[in-house]
Write a protein that binds this ligand. Structure first.
Ligand code: TK8
Length: 337
């Protein structure tokens, strides 16, 4: 034994044997983590969930097993948020817009025409402002881990091309369950119909609604082109997704486990943003090929829309959001300089 030991030491094998011992000395328990999301498995959201699953497995030596549940099979965004708060589900990714019933401040991101490009958005979401809002989820039973890109939102409908705001008149337009969106689109003359994403395709198929608004990647991956003829590039809101964990569950994890989750989440964010941006470059050609009629709103028309949403902005400010909006605009201006 003595001899074996000295041979091992001499050849450096001891280090190789001791290394896995050190890894297992990390406090990681075998766990199954249910991760729900609303889009399809083949969407940008699905690809990023798959990436996260693999990162978690790699970083935990296979112990932290994440299982993705696509197509809102665990429930809509709002249902999943509540399941996380109650501790019945561990993780999810979804829009920040549906979080406003839990932390009202998130509505500031729903105000239109704030960000000019993705780089401004990244800086604000990953910077102190985005982190401050995410931290507000803690006292509500949620942990906000990272922001992913959903993307700039655009309009689709089955009635007519939207070339000017007036073309929206009377269009039954599905919006997220969020007062800023409802005010904004009613302000544009549409009939805003708040509905969960999981009900949207059928609502368009049956004519319950005429249209909706989402990034081109989603219009593609959710096959909205099958039930929508007209796509208007309006980029009216930059829309983030947020990766959430149940606080009740998260608090029971070891420091080592939490570190792995934080690191895997950060890696997934970088992957997701790049992947979504690459994918969105192909989407317009794809949607055209699928028969959609596509137009871009002119700068003049976008300027008119900015004017028309002022009442919605003022309402947000008057209802206590003024400081928050100023702060956000200040952060964006810092990036612009
Ligand atoms: C998916 C939703 C979706 C959002 C929406 O669950 O509801 O329109 O854009 O991405 O979060």
């Amino acid at each position: 034994m003595k001899l074996l030991r000295s041979v091992l030491l001499a050849t450096g094998l001891a280090a190789a044997i001791l290394a896995p011992v050190a890894a297992s000395a990390q406090d990681i328990k075998p766990r199954l983590i249910r991760f729900g999301y609303g889009l399809s498995e083949s969407s940008n959201q699905g690809r990023a969930v798959k990436f996260f699953v693999e990162e978690m497995s790699k970083r935990s030596g296979g112990k932290l097993k994440v299982k993705g549940f696509a197509d809102a099979s665990l429930g809509s965004d709002i249902q999943m948020q509540n399941a996380l708060i109650g501790g019945a589900q561990e993780m999810m990714v979804g829009s920040t817009a549906t979080l406003v019933g839990i932390v009202k401040d998130f509505a500031v991101f729903d105000l239109p025409f704030l960000f000019n490009n993705e780089q401004e958005a990244d800086a604000v979401f990953d910077g102190p402002f985005g982190q401050k809002l995410a931290a507000k989820l803690n006292e509500k039973g949620l942990v906000g881990l990272v922001y992913w890109e959903n993307g700039f939102r655009n309009l689709t409908n089955s009635k007519r091309p939207v070339e000017k705001v007036e073309d929206l008149k009377g269009i039954k337009l599905r919006v997220m369950q969020n007062p800023v969106y409802i005010d904004m689109f009613n302000g544009f003359g549409a009939n805003a119909v708040p509905l969960s994403f999981s009900e949207l395709f059928t609502a368009m198929e049956t004519g319950t609604v005429d249209g909706q608004e989402n990034p081109v990647t989603t219009i593609q991956s959710s096959k909205f082109y099958e039930v929508q003829k007209y796509l208007t590039i309006s980029k009216h809101v930059y829309s983030p997704w947020i990766v959430l964990a149940s606080k009740r569950w998260y608090d029971g994890l070891s420091a080592d486990e939490r570190k792995i989750i934080a690191e895997a989440a950060a890696a997934s964010r970088d992957f997701e943003r790049k992947d979504s941006r690459d994918a969105s470059k192909q989407s317009i050609a794809y949607l055209k090929d699928k028969g959609m009629q596509i137009n871009e709103l002119s700068d003049a028309e976008l300027g008119r829309m900015r004017e028309m949403v002022k009442p919605a902005m003022d309402k947000f400010a008057a209802e206590g959001g003024a400081d928050l909006l100023n702060e956000l605009q200040g952060e964006i201006n810092k990036v612009r300089k």
